[in-house]
Design a protein around this ligand. Structure first.
Ligand code: IMP
Ligand code: MG
Length: 193
């Protein structure tokens, strides 16, 4: 059973003024939901769990672009730090969604909503006969649209809200925001394509 932190539906989050957000997004956001420091702390622990389970095996860390790149790079930094300082270590190579024959694959995703993206990717990957495939997603959305798919590792379970920041985007905006936040209604119109 994977453990994760559940963010409840009545989560109030934090006032924007408590943290630093880019000037160009100040008017667009309602609240901070997951501050950057908490994302990093949870990511550090996910790295430890992954090394505990996969230590000794060579793995290919597969980044699901574009949303996964921040989580991917921070997660790998923590795994690298553990590799340097622990008895068990995981030899790592990286790739960015390019299908070929892999040995052990760790798919790194930003958020699972319905689960369809991941199910499609997993069925494509299965054609390459990987020895082992594990999925780590920073966020999993609690939504009635879910197919029931759950990743092997997850950072947080979040309410059915549209979230931005830490590489999660709305029409390509907000990837350059450190915290995970709720977009306000005005911004949904402002950045609509
Ligand atoms: P799924 O196929 O429904 O699981 O959708 C997963 C993909 O949808 C993610 O990789 C994201 O790119 C995108 N997505 C889903 N929810 C959000 C959100 O709240 N913010 C930003 N992107 C999202
Ligand atoms: Mg994604």
């Amino acid at each position: 059973m994977t453990t994760y932190h559940q963010i409840p539906d009545d989560e109030k989050g934090y006032e924007l003024d408590l943290f630093c957000v880019p000037k160009h997004y100040e008017e667009d956001l309602d609240r901070v939901i997951i501050p950057h420091g908490l994302i990093m702390d949870r990511t550090e622990r996910l790295a430890r769990d992954i090394v505990r389970d996969m230590g000794g095996h060579h793995i290919v860390a597969l980044c699901v672009l574009k949303g996964g790149y921040k989580f991917f790079s921070d997660l790998l930094d923590y795994i690298k730090a553990l590799n340097q300082n622990c008895d068990k270590s995981v030899p790592l190579t990286v790739d960015f969604i390019r299908l070929k024959s892999y040995c052990n694959v760790l798919i790194v995703e930003d958020i699972v909503e319905t689960g369809r993206t991941m199910e499609t990717l997993l069925s494509l990957l299965s054609e390459c006969n990987p020895k082992m495939v594990k999925v780590v997603s920073l966020l999993v959305k609690r939504t009635p649209r879910s197919s029931g798919y759950r990743p092997d590792y997850m950072g947080f379970e979040v309410p059915d809200w549209f979230l931005v920041g830490y590489a999660l985007d709305y029409n390509e905006y907000f990837r350059d925001l450190g915290h995970i936040c709720i977009l306000n209604e005005k911004a949904k119109v402002k950045y609509k394509v």
